[in-house]
Ligand binder design. Structure first.
Ligand SMILES: C[S@@+](CC[C@H](N)C(=O)[O-])C[C@H]1O[C@@H](n2cnc3c(N)ncnc32)[C@H](O)[C@@H]1O
Length: 240
């Protein structure tokens, strides 16, 4: 059976509930691109999943709506909110349309590891632009396209190191990992770095921050071979 977000939703939520170092790092690098104090800010968390980023942004004082088309993940998010309320609202919605959200209703949109799951990037950026108020900002993380390109693998070299082997960076589009315990077994959209940046530029966003953070200690302890490469690309841009 081919997997997708509906079929891996319970597995994904259970990975995060046990404190996955990779997902904790992904959340933290996105948070690092946001203000510490977000009191009064209206935030949409696009592709919120079970809410790991949504809750962290709410903890900074923002009013946050998490949206995601995967009903089962939204159920997980709502269940966590019921158990430990932090004032977050969740909606089932698709990032390419955001039909549950009014025009100019957000000061920030966060998108943690979700744009790379959306087939139509231009439609998603257009929707984000619509819901952001003028001057509002989009912060997203994606698996770093250069190092997490389709079917990238680790190879052991003669010097005892483990090195990343990349073959298909320029081949864009849908691909599915054959790693049975990897998140991208559910399918994923690969795009070049320039594709993401040009989508922002085409929709009149001004890029204000680009970051390629080094893995943190917890992630390196779990996966030492990752020490020299940034697993994620972080981009913050402003709607003008
Ligand atoms: C890797 S998960 C990230 C979830 C969460 N942001 C996190 O950091 O754990 C990717 C998310 O993208 C969502 N997604 C897939 N297609 C989408 C779409 N068209 N619009 C918005 N989100 C989408 C999935 O349902 C899933 O929750």
């Amino acid at each position: 059976m081919e997997e997708n977000w509906d079929t891996i939703a319970d597995w994904y939520a259970s990975q995060l509930s046990t404190g996955s170092p990779m997902h904790g790092f992904a959340r933290d690098v996105l948070l690092a691109a946001l203000p510490q104090d977000m009191s009064g800010a209206r935030v949409v968390d696009l592709g919120c999943g079970e809410g790991i980023v949504t809750r962290a942004v709410a903890a900074r004082g923002a009013t946050v709506t998490g949206v995601d088309p995967t009903k089962r993940l939204v159920e997980h998010a709502r269940s966590i909110e019921r158990a430990t309320p932090c004032g977050v609202t969740y909606a089932v919605d698709d990032g390419t349309v955001l039909t549950t959200l009014e025009d100019s209703s957000a000061d920030w949109v966060t998108a943690g590891l979700s744009l790379n799951n959306i087939p139509d990037l231009e439609a998603a950026v257009r929707s984000v632009r619509r819901v952001l108020a003028p001057g509002g900002q989009l912060v997203f993380t994606i698996p770093h396209p250069c190092f997490e390109a389709p079917h990238a693998s680790w190879v052991d070299t003669d010097d005892g190191m483990s090195r990343r082997l990349i073959g298909d960076y320029l081949i864009e589009g849908f691909w599915r990992s054959d790693n049975p315990s990897g998140v991208r077994r559910g399918g994923n959209q690969h795009r070049t770095v320039s594709r993401y940046l040009m989508a922002l530029i085409n929709h009149r966003f001004v890029i204000e921050l680009v970051a390629e953070p080094q893995p943190d200690r917890r992630l390196i302890d779990q996966q030492p071979h990752r020490a020299g490469l940034p697993p994620f690309l972080v981009v913050r841009s402003r709607r003008v």
